[in-house]
Design a protein around this ligand. Sequence first.
Ligand code: FES
Length: 571
Amino acid sequence: MTKKRRSQHWYGKLDKDGFIHRSWMKNQGFPDHAFDGRPIIGICNTWSELTPCNSGLRDLAEMVKRGVWEAGGFPVEFPVMSLGETQMKPTAMLFRNLLAMDVEESIRAYGIDGVVLLGGCDKTTPGQLMGAASVDLPTIVVSSGPMLNGKYRGQDIGSGTDVWKFSEAVRAGEMTLKDFMSAESGMSRSKGVCMTMGTASTMASLVEAMGMSLPTNAALPAVDARRGALAHLTGKRIVEMVDEDLKPSDIMTRGAFENAIRANAAVGGSTNAVVHLLAMAGRLEVDVSLQDFELGSDIPLLVNCMPSGKYLMEDFCYAGGMPVVLKELADQNLLQSAQTVLGGDISVYSDGAECFNEDVIRPFADPVKPAAGLRVLQGNLAPNGAIVKPSAATDHLLEHEGEAYVFENIEDMKANIDREDLPVTADTILVLKGVGPKGYPGMPEVGNMPIPRRLVTEGVRDMIRISDGRMSGTAFGTVILHVSPESQAGGPLGLVKTGDRIRVSASTGALDLLVSDEELAARRADWQPDAPHYTRGYAKMYVDHVLQAEKGADLDFLVGKDTRLVTRESH
Ligand code: FES
């Protein structure tokens, strides 16, 4: 006897409860046979006009529905919280876990058998996957897809990456404010996510490398008709996955996470992938640690996209996209065997893959940079770890000892960074406290703090910057991030004073504060955390329960999963 579908516990009952569940759904014009036991597919949509990167998802949802109907399923679309990276204050990351809760509880509470996750903007992809993983129904991702290449004065410009460059050029007096403002419209020319290899495209690429989307999902531009076809095919495939009972826990295994870590290095992916992959692994109870990101450290940079390279996601798509990257990794035996949403091994994703532009996707033998993966740093300044992205850094700064200049919080940094008398040189190490998960709260993307104006005008474009925050996936520089424990949680970062010496060595993975243990103990005795910024609501719950960066900054009570069927009725 075949197992009763999950949805039949809602719609298959010939009693008062079944009547209520079916009858109210029928007010939308659904016929009797929609409830005849066919797979019911939830389309979990993060569409919002306040998340411009996801503004194409309404159209894609309709394409998914076509595929679901065609395969004999019944599609039902539902909204969840949407996180507009460029629009939310204090930071969208504060709400990633809230989205994950929304997704998890929506999936659990409704009578659906499988889920298609429609996301794109940075935090929407991990938030949706974290929530879906905790319920563990058959799930596939369809991403928004990147915007078309940005254009300014006939040149390609990249989301985020060129904003940081233009902003520094204005501060250096090399670009007028008028030109700066006119670049704004040309940067975002179509629906879709940032078209650099920022966090959104990184996460879409890693989702593809983990086999949680159909092949080519990551790079197809948002407005490319082939993305609509991919959404349609995804709708067909999720119906089959329900019959096969193929779940996230079957796909996102240790091998899949290793593939994602190596792929992240090969694409020059965002540092934010670290906290998101760790949080996803926590939901699935897969043993992945911060140290595991060293698996990517020897992988060369193959994808020549901003911020680590010069091209954009549209170019990456036309060069062949992720299937080519996966083929390069597989050819070097660097891809673990792992199940995918197609029901076969990840090796299928690169079957027939061909590179059409070897300057955009370099072969292993001729990479953009050798050994480009993230480096994990540790030492008495970051006992639980920190990270740096060598592919986006300045080589000579990756081995450096210098004097710290400390900003106690974000307001201190903003008020003083451009002071003409700021006592800093290009060798100074800028330190920013209070921007970790609890401190800000929400661990914002401010770790790539600006270079002091006086130094910018002298031509300095990079310095070592250290904080307990994150940086945008579109950003670049020798920026040491995710220092843990964070300052607000009592980490040694909170004890650093201006004038202290700090030693950084990416080659040995060291991050040391050159201050004696006795002196640090004396400073600790005087240390006090900052008063909390929030005393009620979700933000208070977040601060009370958020884990540190090396645990993925999930909430402590959300780690793991609960796949039980809810049996109690609403009436
Ligand atoms: Fe949404 Fe970059 S701001 S993807």
